[in-house]
Design a protein around this ligand. Sequence first.
Ligand code: FAD
Length: 289
Amino acid sequence: MKPPPFEYHAPPTLVEALTLLAQHGDEAKALAGGQSLIPVLNFRLARPSVIVDLNRIDELIGIDATGPSLRVAAMTRQRAAERSTDVAERAPMLAAALTHVAHPQIRTRGTIGGSVAHADPAAELPAVMLALDARFRLRRGAEERTVAAGDFFTGLFSTALEVDELLIDIEIPAPAARSGWAFEEVARRHGDFALVAVAARVVLDSAGAVSDARLAYVNAGPGPFRSARAEAVLVGQTPDPDLIRAAAAAAFEDARPAADVHASAAYRRQLTRVLTARALAAAFARAAA
Ligand code: FAD
C-alpha cells in the first residue's frame, strides 16, 4: 500500500521545521529515519497531510561528550550511536541495547530520537532511557523544556511530546562510581522486536549494599516501565542469589504483558522473572568489578 498524499517539506534549519509544525498543528508529522513512520503511513494508520522531514537539519545530529552528561542529538542514527566510542564509554548499556534494535540496515537510517518519540512498547531504547535516568530536551517554537524519561513515556505509543514540539536531544547522566548495568533480551530471532527485555542499573555503596537500582522493561506492560516493587526489594540490601531471586519475583508481580501471535502473556511474565535475575547478576558483577 502507498501512503495517502501529503505535502512534503525538508527545511534546512530547526527554526523552519518548528515554524512548519506550528503552522500545521496535528495535520503535520515530523519524519526522522522513516523506519516506523513510513510503514505507519503505508498501512494508513496515520494520515498527516504535511510531512516535515528533519534529515537536512545538521543541528539535530551529533554526540557530545564534552560536558558532565552525554548528549545525543535526536537525529543521530542508531548505527552511529552504536559505533560511538563516547557512547561505549559513557553509556555502554545504550550501545549494547542498540545491537538488538532491528538490523544494521534499519539502524543506519533509524534515529535515536525517532525510536524514543515513537514509544513502541516493544522498542529497546525507551527502557534504556528509563534505566539511565535520561532527560529529554524538547522545543516548541522558541520555548524549550526538559522532561525526565519517567515523565516522557506516557503509555502505548504515547509520549509527553506536543504535536508541534520536537525532541532536540537526550542527556544521559554520567554513571555513578560502583555502578553496574546489564541489558538482557529474548526475541524469536536476533533483530526481531523483543518478546521481553530488561535494562538494569545498580549502584553499590562503600559497604557493598545497593544504594540505587533501576529496572526498566520492554514489552512487559502497555509501555516502558520501571518495576517499583523490584527496585524497593533491592535498595539497602547486600546482593546475593536470594536477593536476586526476590527482586525477580517482585518484577514478575509488576509485569502486565500482553499476548500476541509471538508469545502468551504468561510466557512473557515468566521471561520477566528470568531476565531480571540474569540482568541483576551481570549488573552486580560489573558494579563489584
Ligand atoms: P520515524 O519512523 O521517522 O518516526 C517515528 C515517529 O517519531 C514519528 O511519529 C515521528 O513524527 C516521530 N519523531 C521522529 N523524530 C522526532 C523528533 N526529533 N521529535 C519529535 N518527534 C519525532 N525498533 C526497535 O526498537 N526494536 C526493533 O527490534 C525494531 N525492529 C524493526 C524492524 C523493522 C523491519 C523495521 C522497519 C523497524 C524496526 N524498528 C525496531 C523500528 C526502528 O528502530 C525505527 O528506527 C524507530 O522506531 C523509529 O526511528 P526513526 O528515526 O525511523 O523515526
